[in-house]
Design a protein around this ligand. Structure first.
Ligand SMILES: *[C@@H]1O[C@H](CO)[C@@H](O)[C@H](O)[C@H]1NC(C)=O
Length: 326
C-alpha cells in the first residue's frame, strides 16, 4: 500500500503548485527553478551562492535577509542571478521588506529581468538604457504627480531610451499601481507572471497574508529573451533599509487556446490502452517515490545547512559582505 500513499503525497504537492486561470491562459504546472531562487541561509560553506552574486553595499544576514541597502544615506546594493532565465514562461515571487524610521524615506528598490547584469547606475542603483523589464518599488517622489507614492512601476527598456527617474517614470510605464508596501505588518511580496506573447501580470501582497492585490497587467507582451534576474536598491539624502527575504522562480507550463502542441505530444506518447495506463501509473509512482526521497534528502541537507558552521557569526547569525563594486 506504500506506493498509493506516496502517490497521494505527490498529488498534494502537484495540486499545491497549480495556479489558477489568468485570462484565457491557464498555468497548469509550475516547476521551481533552483538557479533563480534564493532563501535563507543564502550562502553555502564557502560564503558564496552557486547561483547568485551580490555586491556593492549589499550584505547577507544568514537567518534574516539580503540587505541591499541599510537605512543610511548614499547606499546602493545589488543581487543578480549568474545564469540567464531560459524558461519561456515564468513566475517570479519575491518577499521583500522596506523599513525605516524617518518621515522622509527613499529611494526604493527594483526587480530586473534584463540582458545586462551587475552594472551599477542611477536607476535604483542599476544602469539606465537596459534591455528588458524593470519593476520599481518607488518610495520617493522626485516630482509632483497626480498619483501617490509608494508605487509599483513597470517599465520595459529597449537599450536606447532612458528611464526618467527624475520624473519617477511618469508616462513611461507599461503599468503601475500605488500601494503602501512600506513598513507593513504583513510580509510584503511581489509576484510577476509572464507568458510570452500573452501577458505580464503583476500582483502585490501588502494588506494581509495571502491577500494578493492586482497591480497591473499588460496583454500581448513579449519581453527580451534570456534575461538575468536581479534586484537593486539605492538611497540618497533620504533612506530606508531595503531587504530581499526570499526569491522563488518557477517555470510555468500553460494550457490555453495556443497550447495544443503540448497536449497533442502528450497524447501521442500513449497508446490509450490499459497496459499504457498501468505503465504510466508505474512511472508516476516511480517519479513520486524518487521525488519523495529526494525531498527528504533535501530537507536533511537543509537541516545541516542551518547549523552554524560558519566561523565568526556571533549569536548564530552571520553577516557577510562582498564589497566589490563594478
Ligand atoms: C491581443 O491579441 C489578440 C489576438 O491577436 C487580440 O484579439 C487582442 O485584441 C489583443 N489585445 C490587446 C490588448 O492588444
Amino acid at each position: 500500500m506504500r506506493p498509493i500513499c506516496l502517490s497521494a503525497l505527490c498529488f498534494l504537492v502537484l495540486a499545491q503548485a497549480a495556479e489558477t486561470q489568468i485570462g484565457d491562459q491557464k498555468i497548469d504546472r509550475t516547476v521551481q527553478l533552483r538557479t533563480h531562487s534564493i532563501f535563507a541561509p543564502y550562502i553555502d560553506q564557502d560564503l558564496q551562492n552557486r547561483w547568485w552574486d551580490f555586491g556593492a553595499d549589499a550584505y547577507i544576514n544568514t537567518n534574516k535577509h539580503i540587505r541591499l541597502t541599510r537605512a543610511d544615506s548614499s547606499q546602493m546594493g545589488w543581487l543578480w542571478s549568474r545564469l540567464p532565465l531560459t524558461a519561456t514562461n515564468y513566475v517570479v515571487e519575491v518577499e521583500f521588506k522596506i523599513s525605516g524610521d524617518n518621515s522622509l524615506y527613499g529611494d526604493g528598490m527594483a526587480l530586473w529581468l534584463t540582458q545586462e547584469r551587475t552594472e551599477p547606475g542611477p536607476v535604483f542603483g542599476n544602469r539606465n538604457q537596459f534591455h528588458g523589464l524593470g519593476i520599481f518599488l518607488d518610495t520617493y517622489a522626485n516630482a509632483r504627480h497626480t498619483f501617490s507614492l509608494p508605487r509599483v512601476i513597470g517599465y520595459v527598456g529597449d537599450g536606447e531610451h532612458e528611464y526618467n527617474y527624475n520624473n519617477d517614470g511618469d508616462g513611461q510605464e507599461i503599468g503601475a499601481c500605488s500601494a503602501n508596501f512600506r513598513r507593513t505588518n504583513v510580509a510584503t511580496k511581489l509576484k510577476v507572471t509572464y507568458v510570452k506573447g500573452k501577458f505580464l501580470d503583476v500582483k502585490i501582497q501588502y494588506k494581509a497574508w495571502d491577500d494578493w492585490s492586482d497591480c497591473f497587467r499588460v496583454e500581448n507582451i513579449t519581453l527580451p529573451s534570456l534575461p538575468y534576474l536581479g534586484f537593486s536598491a539605492m538611497t540618497g539624502d533620504v533612506f530606508d533599509a531595503h531587504d530581499i527575504i526570499a526569491v522563488t522562480t518557477y517555470s510555468a507550463l500553460t494550457s490555453g487556446p495556443d497550447a495544443h502542441k503540448l497536449s497533442s505530444s502528450y497524447n501521442n506518447s500513449s497508446s490509450g490502452s490499459w497496459s499504457g495506463f498501468f505503465f504510466k501509473l508505474f512511472l508516476f509512482g516511480g517519479v513520486c517515490a524518487g521525488g519523495y526521497y529526494g525531498w527528504k534528502e533535501y530537507q536533511r541537507r537543509q537541516g545541516y545547512g542551518r547549523m552554524p558552521k560558519f566561523g565568526g557569526g556571533g549569536f548564530g547569525s552571520g553577516l557577510y559582505q562582498d564589497s566589490k563594486r563594478f
